[in-house]
Design a binder for this molecule. Structure first.
Ligand code: SD4
Length: 331
């Protein structure tokens, strides 16, 4: 199995940016808030993302370091991967479904719990931008398929052929031996989920993917589902997921991680518990990959992933915290 990197990229200190402890706001949902104590000094602004996407966090960092909002940071950050034709699991150049159509999923969520999503959209290179338009220009949260595409054209997005020659050739090869069966492919998971806190301490997140390669037409995973692939509560923190979306949807994974943080767990503890709950519900399955990343209001981060065969990976910071393009964690 080719080893993949599961990354936690941290935008961090540069000149003029102070580390300011952010005190968790009082929890308005319970009478017994448990803000974490004894946390290390917060480092904000900060941007983290799944996998090995240093260029994406560098872009997010650029926005944050100029005083931009966490919403703009995650939006522009994940767009780097949507536009990266070498990334065959996100945006333009993504692998198609089993019928040869590239269908994309994305969602975005801001500090005020505004959110927008597009599901199974075709012919649009930047689904995250359409998701943001859904959030900002419509009273809705989700638009799907043809409706999402139509909305995108109305908003001025261009029709783009997303199937690159490379992805087309690979799909044609796949058809020769696959017997046209959707596969739970374990090594084609490079969805980008990104979380950021800006200089005001406000949190936002974004998640975008072409989903599983050669999926059944119409299949949607967790990535565009608020609560599953992404969740932000500006009083507590944010989380986003990568891996087999069906498992994340079943456990409402990102919402779960944020709720665990609300109850007092650190982002790392919350990510680990989220993954372990999924494992516990899948004792008979040994062949899937799930990962979560999280940040809390104080600027602490966490990341946890399992790989096929249930090898747990606890990731440790490699220490590049002063590098805007991020510290990262390896499998
Ligand atoms: C999905 N969660 O569609 C996505 C796949 C993924 O990296 O994470 N790929 O199920």
């Amino acid at each position: 199995m080719q080893r993949r990197k599961f990354l936690k990229n941290s935008g961090a200190l540069t000149a003029g940016m102070l580390t300011t402890p952010i005190i968790a706001a009082t929890d308005t949902y319970t009478n017994n808030p448990k803000p974490r104590t004894n946390v290390s000094k917060a480092t904000i602004p900060i941007a983290i993302c799944t996998w090995d996407f240093g260029n994406a966090t560098a872009k997010a960092w650029e926005v944050l370091s100029l005083g931009g909002s966490s919403l703009d940071a995650v939006h522009q950050g994940v767009m780097v991967e949507e536009n990266n034709l070498d990334n065959q699991t996100v945006g333009n150049g993504g692998r198609p479904d089993r019928d040869g159509n590239v269908t994309l999923d994305a969602c975005i969520m801001d500090k005020d719990a505004n959110c927008g999503a597009v599901l199974a959209i075709q012919n649009i290179a930047n689904p995250i931008s359409v998701a943001r338009k859904v959030m900002e220009e419509t009273p809705h949260v989700m638009l799907v398929g043809k409706g999402a595409e139509q909305f995108a054209y109305e908003q001025g997005f261009e029709k783009t052929n997303l199937l690159t020659e490379k992805s087309k050739k690979e799909w044609e090869e796949w058809k020769k031996t696959s017997q046209y069966k959707p596969i739970i492919n374990i090594e084609n998971h490079d969805t980008i989920g990104m979380l950021a806190i800006d200089k005001n301490g406000d949190i936002a997140g974004a998640c975008t993917t072409s989903g599983m390669a050669y999926k059944m037409a119409g299949r949607v995973g967790d990535s565009p589902i608020i609560g599953a692939g992404l969740f932000v509560d500006n009083e507590v923190g944010g989380a986003t997921a990568t891996g087999v979306g069906e498992e994340v949807v079943r456990t409402v994974g990102s919402f779960l991680i944020v709720e665990l943080m609300r109850q007092g767990k650190s982002p790392q503890e919350a990510c680990e518990e989220g993954v372990k709950r999924i494992i516990a519900k899948n004792k008979d399955k040994q062949d899937f990959q799930i990962g979560f990343i999280a940040i809390n209001k104080q600027g602490e981060t966490g990341a946890y992933c399992i790989h096929p065969g249930f090898t747990y990976r606890t990731y440790t910071d490699e220490g590049h915290v002063n590098n805007p393009s991020g510290s990262y964690l390896k499998s």
